[in-house]
Write a protein that binds this ligand. Structure first.
Ligand code: MG
Length: 507
């Protein structure tokens, strides 16, 4: 998008906090309600809400699909922010929170404006970078995915700056599952093999020095339309997807055909930007063609982010002038395009409900994300050092809410569960399918082995024995019933010890 707008003042929004002073009467009312609440949780499996990042976890590319931590194809839907240097006001926590809670978006895109003689990243790198940090930090705290977009048409002219930028981003955010890197928004009509692909290859090398796994989305020739050409000569590396952009009143079946060719050649695609309008970002909102596109994207599990969260006059902008950076937008403050996209995101929002484990007497926890706490120590199952590599040792540590202490359970059939680390996307695994007491328990890429599947048997007081399927006499144990931080978690023959029992609760 090439649209310019007047510079606006960036006001950093700070959510206010006003504690409620409780009177004794109120306290007793709250106390009564609390008792009722406890009664409910004891009698039914309480519905909970998780974030989309808790649900999907670490994303990766598998064939021509983007898949979640369980290997299931996923589709994200959301919004792109506008050029950061021109409409910075929506680069805010409160905007993202409103988009998450009211529009039900699962991904947001920070479009870092690069090129310019008087503004943009090349002129004001610190100011633009701080906007990225604000958006990414907000997305992490809100549990949604975020695309860091080098919003540039001639990025090969700024390769060293892009490498330095993404090196910093990968070091800062590479250990979070929230972040995707988009390293060149829309290359122009320059050579894929001679210019665009070599640029991507260099950026992939840079990012992979610091982040082994988060998805890198590569722009394609002709404003990110020639995905078929990119798929025929792909960028080397893992977890790489290609950018497809469309504007529905301009780009129709011919571009969907290109996308189909790319998919058939094995490329995973991500629509990091699309408009319901003309390619100019203005003109007619074409609701019918947009619906045709959404149906195509749904059929192929392609994620999308709409251009744009802006309150300027162009028809692709979602908002009318003056819509607050704090959200709370009424329908009259949302333009035709924004209303269409909001309705689509709400209609197809993923189910984020989950359930807590059943109380005493239950047999298996439900699917969902949990902290897992040892009975002897009260300490949490933890991937040592926030490690994410295959072979990372599992230990116990005081629960601090880290994603290396959150685990997603998924029933793989017959109540045999994988236990996947939220930070790593990797499975709890008994090394080498060992049946020897003291065998290492570690993170490993999930492959479906019986040493990566677990069953649960209730013991007493809400605790569970956790047993690997490959060794039904064994269990997950804290070495020597230790209560120390850092004590190893390992495989051991089950004897009913308190170091062999675990509680599951909402993280
Ligand atoms: Mg990573």
């Amino acid at each position: 998008m090439h649209q310019h707008c007047s510079r606006q003042i960036f006001v950093r929004s700070c959510p206010s906090f006003s504690p409620v002073k409780k009177t004794p009467l109120l306290r007793s009312v709250f106390g009564f309600l609390f008792v009722v609440f406890l009664g409910l949780t004891a009698s039914v499996a309480q519905a909970q809400t998780q974030t989309v990042v808790q649900k999907y976890g670490q994303l990766r590319v598998q064939g021509n699909r983007i898949v979640d931590q369980t290997g299931t194809a996923v589709q994200l839907r959301g919004m792109s922010l506008y050029w950061s240097q021109w409409i910075p006001k929506y680069y805010s926590y409160n905007t993202l929170k409103w988009l998450r809670d009211d529009w039900k978006i699962t991904v947001v895109r920070a479009a870092v404006g690069i090129n310019g003689t008087t503004d943009g990243y090349l002129v004001n790198p610190t100011a633009e970078k701080n906007k990225v940090f604000a958006v990414v930090d907000a997305a992490i705290s809100l549990g949604i995915y975020v695309i860091i977009d080098w919003h540039d048409h001639t990025a090969s002219d700024h390769r060293s700056q892009a490498q330095a930028f993404f090196a910093e981003m990968a070091q800062k955010y590479g250990n979070t599952p929230n972040v995707l890197y988009e390293v060149w928004n829309e290359p122009l009509a320059v050579s894929w093999s001679g210019v665009i692909k070599p640029y991507h290859q260099a950026l992939v090398s840079t990012i992979r020095q610091y982040d082994a796994d988060n998805i890198i989305i590569c722009g394609t020739k002709t404003w990110s339309q020639d995905v078929d050409e990119a798929a025929a000569d792909p960028v080397s590396g893992t977890n790489i997807a290609y950018t497809l952009h469309f504007y529905a009143n301009t780009h129709k079946q011919f571009l969907r055909d290109k996308a189909t060719t790319a998919l058939n050649r094995g490329a995973a695609l991500f629509v990091t930007e699309y408009g319901t309008t003309d390619a100019s970002g203005n003109g007619t909102v074409n609701a019918g063609e947009t619906a045709t596109w959404w149906a195509f994207l749904d059929a192929n599990k392609i994620s999308h982010a709409n251009w744009s969260v802006a309150d300027i006059s162009e028809s692709s902008a979602a908002l009318n002038a003056g819509a607050s950076e704090n959200g709370g937008w009424t329908l009259s403050q949302i333009k035709q395009s924004g209303q269409l996209v909001r309705t689509e995101c709400i209609a197809k929002a993923p189910d984020l409900s989950t359930t807590t484990p059943p109380p005493t007497g239950g047999t298996t926890p439900a699917n969902g994300t949990f902290k897992i706490v040892g009975r002897a120590s009260g300490k949490a199952l933890d991937a040592n050092g926030n490690g994410t590599a295959d072979g990372t040792q599992i230990i116990q540590w005081t629960y601090g809410g880290g994603n290396n202490q959150r685990w997603t359970l998924l029933n793989r059939g017959s109540n045999q569960y994988s236990i996947i680390g939220v930070a790593s996307g990797k499975a709890l695994d008994v090394s080498g399918s060992s049946t020897t007491n003291g065998a290492k328990v570690q993170l490993w890429t999930y492959g479906g082995g019986n040493n990566q599947k677990w069953t649960f048997a209730a013991t007493t007081s809400g605790y569970y024995r956790v047993t690997p399927v490959h060794a039904t006499g064994g269990c997950l144990e804290v070495t020597g019933n230790s209560t120390a931080n850092g004590a190893l978690v390992e495989f051991w023959t089950y004897s009913g010890g308190t170091g062999q029992q675990w509680a599951f609760s909402a993280p």
